[in-house]
Write a protein that binds this ligand. Sequence first.
Ligand SMILES: Cc1cc2nc3c(=O)[nH]c(=O)nc-3n(C[C@H](O)[C@H](O)[C@H](O)COP(=O)(O)OP(=O)(O)OC[C@H]3O[C@@H](n4cnc5c(N)ncnc54)[C@H](O)[C@@H]3O)c2cc1C
Length: 423
Amino acid sequence: MATSSTPARRTVAVIGGGAVGVATASFLLRDGHDVVLIEQYGLGEGASFGNAGVFAPSSIVPMSMPGTLAKVPGYLLDPLGPLSIRWRYVPTLAPWLMRFVKAGTQDGVRAQARALTPLLHDSYGAWLPLVRNAGGEDLVRRDGFLAVYRTQADFEGDALGYQLRRDNNVAFEVMREDELWQFEPSVSHDYTIGVLFPQAGNTVNPKRLVRTVGEQFLRDGGRLVKAQARGFAREGARLKGVETDAGLIPADAAVVAAGAHSRNLCAALGDDIPLDTERGYHVLIADPDTMPRRPILDASAKFVSTPMETGLRMAGTVEFAGLEAPPNWTRADYLLTLGRRLFPGLAPAYPESRVSRWMGFRPSMPDSLPVIGRAGATPDVVYAFGHGHVGLASAARTGMTVADLIAGRPPAFDIAPFAPTRF
Ligand SMILES: Cc1cc2nc3c(=O)[nH]c(=O)nc-3n(C[C@H](O)[C@H](O)[C@H](O)COP(=O)(O)OP(=O)(O)OC[C@H]3O[C@@H](n4cnc5c(N)ncnc54)[C@H](O)[C@@H]3O)c2cc1C
């Protein structure tokens, strides 16, 4: 019999085997549910494959800030700039973009940063129970996260971001010139200011992290079905199962954690959620000539370089082109050019056999907040997607929160800002 600490056992289908789905499935299993993970490809093959691997409380700063719009023309004109748009996609993107601009007010960004804080403040610690249970301690590190700036003007341009961090108790230390160069010798002396976020951690392999936790979920009794979810079978407001290309998977609760592909699944339940994708790229150099000691955000050029177990990964850029257009690999090559500026110790060229490129779909909401909450048509379906730039970091805390909702426990923090109905 269920007690107040042991929720009633349900059969829960989690759609999506990325960081969010795997973490959520693992926490649901800990609650004693019968959990089936539905993934169309393999675990950790989506956006969770190729990200920068950073768990940083400092990432509470939203993407749409006051003044972001004014910077867009400059970003677009600079081939090495952090933003690109396929013009054919603009009509589709327009409503999302309007909401994005509307989100970037002083009051808006203060509320968004406040809302993101409980998801991110201990993003490293939130992953630990899953990592330890899976014996994956070698996958995570806690050496902090360093943002570097070329100029004082660049640094001052981020003043509101630092104010938001101060307001939400995110620790940071500013370093200048010699102090920075001694602290992180791999960085070019063209960078004169560094900001260390000491609470941050990272994984040395995001895909292996998701896989390792996912494989432990299976060893602990979870199930995995390789199938594409298409919709939901219901009797009135009660869920009967998830419809997939491999047939009906019976379940009395479900979680939509399909990342950037979640929108159609919500539409199947009558919810119109403004989810789009900010496509991002990485380039990875195996066995590079220099390696930073910790992840570094080039805050002037806006990309992150992370020491991975497989090499040095430079990840970033935002490309608006939807889910169908093929990758534009020059975006990844620009990251290599930018990486050479940041790390003068990198060789001028590497053989192609040592360079790999990747593109992935960030699941992005216009207000930089994920969707965590129940579907309109049935309380049995919980949404957990739209984590944009911070989905790896916030996956474990999201999983705990979804487990609370499925168990009928009050979540540990206010989830109203993440409501599916907020638009
Ligand atoms: C370049 C780049 C750098 C980044 N750096 C960081 C970082 O340093 N830190 C951080 O926290 N975040 C970072 N992110 C963001 C992070 O990668 C994403 O927010 C996160 O991976 C989203 O996880 P997810 O589980 O929601 O989605 P995904 O990892 O995309 O997983 C969704 C899964 O659902 C499956 N799926 C979709 N539809 C269906 C269906 N109908 N049926 C069955 N399965 C389905 C997909 O196959 C996929 O496996 C970065 C992103 C990019 C692109």
